[in-house]
Design a protein around this ligand. Structure first.
Ligand code: GUN
Length: 385
């Protein structure tokens, strides 16, 4: 067949081309790899001793067959779980609104002023102010308070004439000590630390203190003066609460003030002080029915009832001033001991406008007002005013 495409011709041309290429030499054989030495024989591992068989465990008794939980138990368990979640909700979903009232800072400020005042007065007088705190027994909380009072006296220049009596002390011995201090010219203030052991009569002891030296403001004459709106020595904790309100620019005039608690140490005197400051005062206590309905009306809520976290956020009026006087030692679910107030701080702080923490709120003010009362008594007794 004719080679129309010149195919055969091209093929021949290629063959010819290859025929003229030089023969390449064979590549050299690669060298054999060197013989590696055999690895040394490792010693056989030692035979491990046979371990003794574990003892046979006694058969445990079968657990008792528990009855199936009833409807009420299941309902209670679900309710508790749901309540736990709801308890956490405010801190997750709401912002904290309350200004924290810093009692420690206010107390330090007033104590600083008292120190300067005492320094100036001592130049004019023959002696410093003097305070006698009497403690009977060994209640550890009372001992801590008394130590704190004496330490604070030292800081502002007040001399301490305190006495610590054993718990077997008789009423006569206590009354004799008070009588001696009433006569002691170096002493401007006398305080009997409460509570007293059960066999002692607290009222008789307080009534035995000279009213002009009653820096606790608990003598009937001083409580009567407060009731009548006359000047006199005022209970330290309520006076401390009033000082905190003043310091934060909170005027009780025209406000609805509610007090929970009716003790002569706090509840009753603070009610009189707030009344004297033109608040509209309501008194409630642990037996008041529907406490929340009462406390929710309060612009100023003072709680001094001695029940840990009795007042919760839902019982507080939005924007209210919450003053927590309670100091309770509680043990939490992990067995840890801590101090807490009569108000549930975590929930109330989301609702209140102002709130005192525990500790660090009212507590530091009580001792400060005790120092202030002592200086006031000193000024009056020595005619330094
Ligand atoms: N115990 C706890 N607080 C007080 C207080 O303010 N005065 C007295 N006398 N005893 C207390």
């Amino acid at each position: 067949m004719q080679d129309f495409l010149g195919y055969e011709k091209e093929k021949n041309n290629f063959s010819r081309y290859y025929e003229h290429l030089p023969h390449l030499p064979h590549p050299p054989h690669p060298p054999h790899p060197p013989h590696l030495p055999h690895p040394p024989h490792l010693p056989q591992p030692p035979h491990l001793p046979h371990l003794p068989q574990p003892p046979h465990l006694p058969h445990l008794p079968q657990p008792p067959h528990l009855p199936d939980p009833d409807y009420e138990t299941i309902k209670k368990a679900i309710f508790t779980a749901v309540a736990g979640v709801f308890e956490q909700l405010p801190s997750l979903t709401m912002t904290k609104t309350a200004v924290i009232i810093d009692g420690k800072a206010v107390a330090e400020k007033i104590q600083g002023q008292l120190r300067s005042q005492v320094e100036a007065l001592v130049q004019k007088a023959s002696r410093p102010p003097g305070l006698a705190v009497l403690m009977v027994g060994d209640n550890p909380a009372s001992a801590a308070y008394v130590r704190n009072k004496e330490r604070s006296c030292g800081k502002v220049g007040i001399a301490s004439y305190g006495r610590h009596f054993p718990k077997e002390t008789t009423q006569e011995e206590l009354m004799e000590a008070i009588a001696e201090l009433n006569e002691d010219d170096r002493v401007d203030g006398i305080l009997v630390q409460l509570p007293l052991p059960n066999h002692l009569d607290m009222v008789a002891a307080i009534n035995h203190i000279h009213p002009d030296k009653d820096v606790d403001g608990l003598h009937p004459v001083n409580l009567g003066r407060l009731m009548r709106g006359e000047p006199g020595l005022c209970s330290c904790t309520p006076a401390g609460v009033m000082a905190l309100l003043r310091e934060y620019g909170i005027d009780p005039k025209g406000k609805q003030a509610t007090i929970v608690g009716r003790s002569i140490l706090v509840g009753k005197p603070i009610a009189l002080m707030l009344l004297a400051a033109d608040a509209t005062v309501t008194m409630a206590h642990s037996r008041s029915p529907d406490l929340g309905a009462i406390t929710r009306n309060a612009d100023i809520l003072v709680v001094a009832v001695g029940r840990p976290e009795l007042i919760t956020g839902d019982m507080v009026k939005p924007g209210a001033v919450v003053i927590d006087v309670g100091i309770n030692r509680v043990t939490d679910y992990e067995g840890k001991s801590r101090l807490t107030g009569d108000v549930n701080y975590d929930s109330a702080t989301h609702v209140a406008g102002f709130i005192t923490p525990v500790p660090g709120g009212v507590g530091p003010m009580t001792v400060t007002l005790l120092l202030q009362n002592t200086v006031e008594s000193y000024i009056r007794r020595l005619g330094l005013g």
